[in-house]
Design a protein around this ligand. Structure first.
Ligand SMILES: CC(C)(COP(=O)(O)OP(=O)(O)OC[C@H]1O[C@@H](n2cnc3c(N)ncnc32)[C@H](O)[C@@H]1OP(=O)(O)O)[C@@H](O)C(=O)NCCC(=O)NCCS
Length: 178
């Protein structure tokens, strides 16, 4: 059974869904965050984020999972947004799922009028930097010694930015009727 579990965790899920998240997902998001970062955000922090009006949060759901296997959280201010955190559960990493999650997220931000997206990432975080570069983010700055690693050393943060083209809507409520 264990062997089957390991094997199935390495196969691509048949169905991948990106959906919005609510306060009831806070505990799961805190667990995923804790598996990824040295300073985990607690359930309370996620609950607060997920009830904030300017937060756009989406989850990645693999197969029939009811709980997300990954998440992305952004805060929007006027036509700008900052990606606050992106993480996948360990079992979902290394298979390119974050590309699907981020692509949906950027589409959603464009749909609500966001034109510029910013983020910060640890300089040595290869998979994250590759993910962002692959989605058109370019480096806009570097902050030395910004992050504190679990072993006490410090790492620089790269600031990255991406411009979003306005979303093209198939149906426009304001369009004049013939
Ligand atoms: C960052 C994260 C979301 C990426 O998700 P993922 O779907 O597992 O990403 P993958 O491992 O499939 O790799 C993404 C890309 O990085 C590349 N990559 C993987 N390891 C790499 C490394 N060590 N150095 C450089 N590139 C690397 C992959 O080839 C892939 O590139 P491609 O899209 O051109 O094929 C995931 O690793 C994660 O949750 N990490 C912990 C949390 C984190 O660091 N979040 C970002 C904080 S800003």
């Amino acid at each position: 059974v264990t062997w089957l579990r390991v094997l199935s965790s390495r196969l691509p899920a048949r169905r991948v869904r990106v959906g919005s998240l609510g306060p009831h997902d806070a505990r799961r998001l805190s667990d995923i965050h804790g598996s990824a970062f040295a300073r985990p955000w607690g359930t309370d922090e996620f609950e607060a984020f997920l009830t904030e009006r300017n937060i756009v949060a989406q989850g990645l759901f693999l197969g029939r999972a009811r709980e997300p296997d990954g998440f992305v959280v952004s805060r929007r201010v006027l036509d700008e947004a900052e990606i606050l955190s992106v993480a996948l559960a360990r079992t979902a990493r290394g298979r390119g799922y974050s590309r699907i999650l981020l692509a949906h997220h950027l589409d959603s931000l464009a749909e609500i009028g966001v034109a510029h997206v910013h983020l910060e990432v640890e300089e040595g975080n290869g998979p994250a930097i590759a993910l962002y570069r692959g989605h058109g983010f370019v480096e806009s700055g570097r902050r030395p010694d910004y992050y504190l690693r679990p072993n006490g050393t410090r790492a620089a943060a790269l600031s990255m930015t991406r411009h979003l083209a306005p979303a093209i809507r198939a149906w426009q409520p304001d369009a004049a009727l013939p």
